[in-house]
Write a protein that binds this ligand. Structure first.
Ligand code: IK2
Length: 455
C-alpha cells in the first residue's frame, strides 16, 4: 500500500514547465496546491546539516560529527583495491536486492554465532544503505497511524522524525543521571532508566521501543539487567524492539555488549541493526544491515525493494571480505574487533584528560565514538540569553566553533523539542580521531583556559 500520495504527475509537469519558462505556461496553470506533505512538517530541520556546515566553515579541529579521521585497517584497504583493480568486474554491476550473497552469508555466520542460533542468510539478514536506511525501513515497515514508539533520551536524532514520517507518535523516556558521591568523574553508567517510569510508557498503543546500546551520544552500554527490564516489558506488552547496535564493537573497560535479541523471548520481536561504517571505520561507505526473524524482515524487504532496492555492490563485497577476515580472527589479539576498542579507549582517555585539565567535566563513556562534557565552567564566555528559543548548549557550540575553531555537537540535539532545555549545558565531542587531532584540540582548550585565567 502506498501510504501517502504526493502531487500528481500532471501538477509536477506543469510546475516543471513553468519553471523552465515554457511559453504555454499561463498564470492559471501554476500550481497553487501546497506541495508539502503533512508528514514533512516539523521534521524539516536537521542538526547535521547545520553543524556540518558550521564545522566546514569555521573549525580548525572538528570533533563534531562522528567519523574517524584515521584510515581503515590495512586488510580492508587491500580488499578495496583488489575489488576495484582485479578481474572481479561484475562487482561494478547490480547484485541481489536484499544483500550481496557473500555479505549476507558471512553476516549470518557471525551473528548466528553471537546470537547462538542458525541464521538463514537470505531471510534473516538484509543489507541496507548504512544503519540509517535500516532504521528508516523499520519505521516504515512497522509503524502506522496511532502507533506509539518509545524512544530513550538522549537519542540519535533521526529516530524522532522517522517515527513521525511513518505516522507514529514518539513517546520519550529519559535516562536520568545520578552524580557519583565520591567526587569521581561521572560515567555514562550513571545515566539510568527509572524502571517504574519506563513501565508507565508502555500501553496498548505501543508498537515498538528503540534501543541504542552502546548509546549515542552518552556512550552508555546498557547492562544485562537493564536490557532484561526492557525485554520483559516488550514481552509483556507484545512490543517490537528496534535495536540500533552500530557501536557494538566499541566497548571499553572490559564491559560486555549484550545483544537484546539474545535474551529470552526477544529474538522473535527484535530487529538488530549494524553499520560497517562504525565497524570498520569507513562511515562514507554507507553499508549497514538488519538481522532478525523472517516474519519481521519480510516487511523490511518490502520497504527496501520499493525505495532503495539495492546497495552498492563493490562496497558490500569489500565489507564481506572484512567480516570474513574478522570471523577467522575472532577473539584473537590481531582481530580488528579486539584492537580497535583498545585504541579507542586510549583516545577516550586522552580527551578526558584534556577536558578535565581545563575544567570541562566529561562523562566518561563506556562505549562509542563520543564523550559528553559539562561546560558550566565556561558559561561566562557565552552569556545566557533569557527566553531564547535556542538551547544554551547550541549557542555555546556555535560560539565555540566560530571563536575557537573547535567543533562539537550540543547535547540538546539529542532530545525532543519540549525536553531540549533539560540538560542544556553539555556538548558532545567525537574522539575517533588521530593523535594529532586530539592534541590540536588540547592546544585550543589549554589556550582558552589560559585566556580565561589571565587577567
Ligand atoms: N545509529 C546511530 C546510533 C548512529 O550514531 C549512526 C551514525 N551516525 O552518527 C553520526 C553522529 O552521531 O555524529 C547511525 C545509526 C547511522 O549509521 P550509518 O552511518 O551506518 O548510516
Amino acid at each position: 500500500m502506498l501510504r501517502r500520495a504526493g502531487p500528481s504527475l500532471r501538477h509536477f509537469l506543469l510546475e516543471r514547465n513553468c519553471s523552465a519558462g515554457y511559453s504555454s505556461c499561463s498564470s492559471e496553470a501554476k500550481m497553487s496546491r501546497p506541495v508539502q506533505a503533512r508528514r514533512l512538517e516539523g521534521v524539516d530541520k536537521n542538526i547535521w546539516v547545520e553543524f556540518v556546515k558550521l564545522a566546514a566553515t569555521y573549525s580548525t579541529v572538528n570533533l563534531g560529527q562522528g567519523f574517524p579521521d584515521f584510515p581503515p585497517p590495512d586488510f580492508l584497504k587491500e580488499e578495496f583495491t583488489r575489488a576495484f583493480s582485479g578481474e572481479k568486474h561484475m562487482l561494478h554491476q547490480y547484485t541481489r536486492a536484499f544483500g550481496h550473497p557473500p555479505l549476507v552469508k558471512i553476516l549470518a555466520q557471525l551473528f548466528g554465532k553471537l546470537l547462538g542460533r542458525d541464521l538463514d542468510p537470505m531471510t534473516n539478514v538484509m543489507v541496507t544503505v548504512g544503519a540509517y536506511q535500516a532504521l528508516f525501513c523499520c519505521f516504515q515497515a512497522f509503524v502506522d497511524e496511532g502507533d506509539e514508539v518509545i524512544i530513550i533520551e538522549p537519542f540519535f536524532d533521526c529516530y524522532e522524525p522517522m517515527v513521525k514520517m511513518a505516522g507514529g507518535t514518539p513517546v520519550f523516556i529519559p535516562l536520568r543521571p545520578k552524580a557519583p558521591k565520591d567526587g569521581k568523574l561521572m560515567s555514562s553508567a550513571d545515566w539510568k532508566l527509572d524502571p517504574a517510569e519506563l513501565a508507565s510508557k508502555f500501553s496498548e498503543r505501543t508498537k515498538a521501543i528503540v534501543l541504542n546500546s552502546p548509546n549515542n551520544p552518552l556512550g552508555k552500554v546498557f547492562s544485562r539487567e537493564e536490557l532484561e527490564l526492557i525485554a520483559d516489558l516488550c514481552v509483556k506488552h507484545d512490543v517490537l524492539c528496534i535495536s540500533d547496535e552500530v557501536y557494538e564493537w566499541l566497548v571499553y573497560d572490559g564491559k560486555e555488549h549484550v545483544r537484546i535479541a539474545s535474551l529470552r523471548g526477544m529474538w522473535d520481536r527484535t530487529v538488530s541493526i549494524g553499520s560497517a561504517g562504525k565497524t570498520f571505520s569507513v562511515t562514507g561507505w554507507k553499508v549497514g544491515w538488519t538481522v532478525g526473524p523472517n516474519r519481521l524482515l519480510q516487511h523490511i524487504r518490502t520497504v527496501h525493494q520499493n525505495s532503495v532496492y539495492h546497495c552498492a555492490t563493490a562496497a558490500q563485497e569489500v565489507v564481506a571480505q572484512g567480516f570474513q577476515r574478522e570471523f577467522e580472527h575472532y577473539g584473537k589479539p590481531d582481530s580488528y574487533f579486539v584492537q580497535m576498542p583498545k585504541e579507542m579507549q586510549q583516545k577516550r582517555d586522552q580527551l578526558v584528560q584534556s577536558l578535565v585539565a581545563v575544567g570541562m567535566k566529561p562523562i566518561v563513556p563506556e562505549g562509542t565514538y563520543f564523550l559528553v562534557a559539562d561546560i558550566s565552567e565556561f558559561k561566562s564566555d557565552v552569556p545566557d540569553v533569557p527566553n531564547s528559543d535556542e538551547p544554551y548548549d547550541s549557542r555555546f557550540a556555535k560560539w565555540m566553533v566560530k571563536n575557537k575553531g573547535l567543533a562539537a555537537i550540543p547535547l540538546s540535539a539529542f532530545y525532543c523539542g519540549p525536553h531540549k532545555n533539560n540538560y542544556n549545558s553539555f556538548i558532545r565531542f567525537c574522539f575517533a580521531k588521530e593523535e594529532a587531532t586530539l592534541k590540536a584540540a588540547d592546544d585550543i582548550l589549554q589556550k582558552w583556559k589560559l585566556e580565561k585565567t589571565t587577567p
